[in-house]
Design a protein around this ligand. Structure first.
Ligand code: BG6
Length: 488
């Protein structure tokens, strides 16, 4: 069924050859193919489009189709099997061993030529393979003007490795063909941040250090590392979540309004924020960052193991929780702390941005009961909600009694249609060639530079993880300035 959102974006149908490296992987099965299915259903993708799943596994065409059918019956449960079959019919499996020089020779005959056919190479593998995939594509002359490459995060594991990967890819693709994905930017509620700020003068007028006391960005998950322990242990919460998702959220909250919504206009503004982040030194690192690792505990009454047991390596010092007090040294945000917090195996899955306003300058009410600060709570998940907390008079006699009360906009019940998943919007943007919601090279480099300053100091100062019980909200941290509390 076509929803309101689709009606505005349906233009000419887009015909694409989409090549997915890591085509049997978790991301492809759980996110990419379902996203394509929904856009196909919405009539945005031409039914002549093709999907090529690339992987090293030995699989016949039938084995692949059976596997896809089985997996999609889970990711797309509730959809009509005959509709899902239409997507499956568009998919072809191509085996490729990337260590071989002619690894992609079998792919070549499939790809169509033609100016109107977009070619998407989706790299959903470890970023250590990005260079060799690109070389293999080039060896077969598969990169043409209509090609776009999508790079999944994390792009490297520090500034130097990320730069090396970017340089390698830039040898073959122009910057306008490179789509560095951060799926948080595809979330409806994250995009709504732009509208909330730049289409409502009411908020934007008070969006500064004169009116705002602090900003809190929390992304907490109740899940642990699941089947990804090997990957996760090399990265940890700082690189897995802060370097990309949380910093992107911070950029959208803190950036100046671009003059138009062009890709480079938006990305120029985000870059300025990243470059204004105060770099940590030895003193600050102890006071302004905290890290933790979950120990066994229970979530919703169910016992769960600790990180080290899941990993089977009792010596790992990888953090599964991180909290940071960041400062943005520019005119608008001088003196306003930005608190960032993320962790696995916390009490619940919830992501929110909280704008805590300053208190009134003077209390005129006779009881002098403390007046609560106003706050704007932007919930990203699981509920998409905007809540403005303000003080109102409690009705009835008895003088001016007041209490904080919420004005709530429940995004999903106000807009009855189905909420498209982040990857749906992003995959369509790739096909259409719109880079606004993708990270530019200099943005990625600037965020790595800031994050590197933290990892380096953590190492140098030997900062240890504090343990927290799974199912709690982290180890408790001292990053909050006195007088501030996390929104709960
Ligand atoms: C991914 C991280 O980028 O984002 C995962 O690698 C994390 O560790 C996930 O679980 C969270 O995404 P979402 O959309 O579920 O909040």
């Amino acid at each position: 069924m076509m929803n309101e959102n689709d009606k505005h974006t349906t233009g000419a149908l887009n015909d694409a050859d989409i090549v997915v490296f890591g085509g049997l992987g978790d991301l492809a099965i759980r996110k990419l193919y379902p996203a394509l299915y929904h856009r196909l259903q919405a009539g945005q993708v031409n039914t002549n489009s093709k999907v090529y799943a690339i992987s090293r596994a030995e699989k016949s065409a039938t084995e692949f189709t059976d596997l896809l059918k089985e997996k999609l019956s889970v990711s797309l449960s509730g959809e009509k099997p005959e509709d899902v079959q239409k997507l499956i019919d568009m998919c072809t499996y191509v085996r490729a061993d990337l260590s071989q020089d002619d690894a992609l020779a079998d792919l070549k005959p499939y790809l169509r030529e033609g100016k109107e056919i977009v070619r998407v190479f989706y790299f959903s593998t470890s970023s250590s393979l990005f260079g060799s995939i690109t070389k293999n594509l080039s060896a077969q002359n598969l990169i043409n003007e209509q090609s776009r490459v999508v790079l999944e995060k994390p792009l490297g594991n520090d500034s130097a490795s990320s730069k090396a990967i970017n340089d390698e890819i830039s040898g073959y693709f122009k910057e306008s063909q490179i789509f560095r994905i951060d799926h948080y930017l595809g979330k409806e509620t994250v995009q709504n941040l732009m509208v909330l700020r730049f289409a409502n003068d009411l908020y934007e007028n008070a969006w500064n250090s004169q009116n705002i006391e602090n900003v809190q960005i929390t992304v907490s998950e109740s899940l642990g590392v699941e089947t990804r322990a090997n990957y996760y242990d090399k990265y940890g919460a700082l690189l897995d979540m802060v370097q990309n998702h949380l910093l992107q959220l911070l950029c959208l909250v803190a950036m100046e309004p671009p003059s138009v919504l062009g890709a480079d206009n938006v990305r120029d503004e985000k870059l300025k924020v990243l470059k204004s982040l105060r770099v940590f030194d030895e003193k600050m690192i102890q006071k302004q960052t905290a890290k933790g690792q979950y120990a066994k505990g229970s979530i919703k009454g169910e016992a769960v193991s600790g990180y080290l047991e899941e990993l089977d390596d009792a010596s790992s010092n990888t953090e599964t929780f991180v909290a940071i007090r960041a400062n943005i040294d520019n005119w608008r945000w001088a003196g306003v702390p930005f608190y960032l917090r993320t962790g696995k195996r916390m009490s619940k899955r919830h992501s929110e941005i909280v704008i805590n306003y300053k208190n009134v300058p003077h209390n005129i009410f006779p009881e002098k009961k403390p007046i609560d600060n106003n706050k704007l709570v932007i919930s990203l998940q699981p509920e998409e909600r905007i809540e403005l907390v303000q003080n109102v008079k409690v009705p009835g006699p008895g003088g001016y009694r007041y209490k904080p009360t919420s004005l709530v906009l429940d995004y999903s019940s106000s807009f009855n249609d189905r909420f498209p998943e982040a990857y749906e919007r992003l995959i369509m943007d790739v096909i259409r060639g719109n880079q606004t919601l993708f990270m530019r090279k200099d943005e990625v480099e600037a965020s790595w530079d800031w994050v590197d300053s933290i990892t380096k100091l953590w190492k140098e100062t030997g900062m240890k993880n504090k343990s927290y019980e799974a199912g709690t909200d982290g180890p408790g941290d001292d990053v909050l300035l006195k007088g501030h509390e996390w929104n709960e």
